[in-house]
Design a protein around this ligand. Structure first.
Ligand SMILES: [Zn+2]
Length: 133
């Protein structure tokens, strides 16, 4: 049984989706798509559960959420707290960043070594929050 944690999810992040083969046309891949796939494989299996009126409205053919803001809302719904500070080394976090100029969100992980695990598009992002207990 895998431990349901962002630490595990960050370790399993591989920039792919195990549920489909689509890329959703973004440079470096769709961040929410690959982040939610890693979460699913780390034990957050209910991220695939369709909930009427829930935060996830867009999914890939494999059921993974593909929108950054929606995935962030789902994580918040699990009870995680938003922090401005990075998690302590040895622990990990889910992060959400927002680019006000593009009105676009970005998600990924900060792993247990403090390294960013995401689609790595190199874009500049504005407000960033880290989610962990
Ligand atoms: Zn997929």
């Amino acid at each position: 049984m895998v431990s349901r944690s962002f630490k595990e999810a960050a370790d399993l992040y591989n920039g792919k989706c195990g549920g489909c083969t689509k890329s959703y046309g973004e440079k470096g891949g769709n961040c929410a798509h690959h982040t939610s796939d890693a979460m699913y494989r780390a034990g957050f299996t209910d991220v695939l559960t369709k909930v009427v009126g829930g935060p996830i409205t867009a999914r890939c053919d494999g059921g993974r959420p593909i929108r950054a803001k929606e995935l962030r809302d789902w994580v918040v719904g699990q009870g995680y707290t938003a922090h401005a500070a990075r998690p302590a080394i040895g622990t990990a976090a889910f992060f959400f960043a927002y680019d006000a100029h593009k009105d676009k969100g970005h998600v990924g992980f900060i792993d247990k070594t403090g390294k960013c695990k995401d689609t790595g598009t190199g874009d500049l992002w504005g407000t960033e929050r880290k989610y962990y207990w």
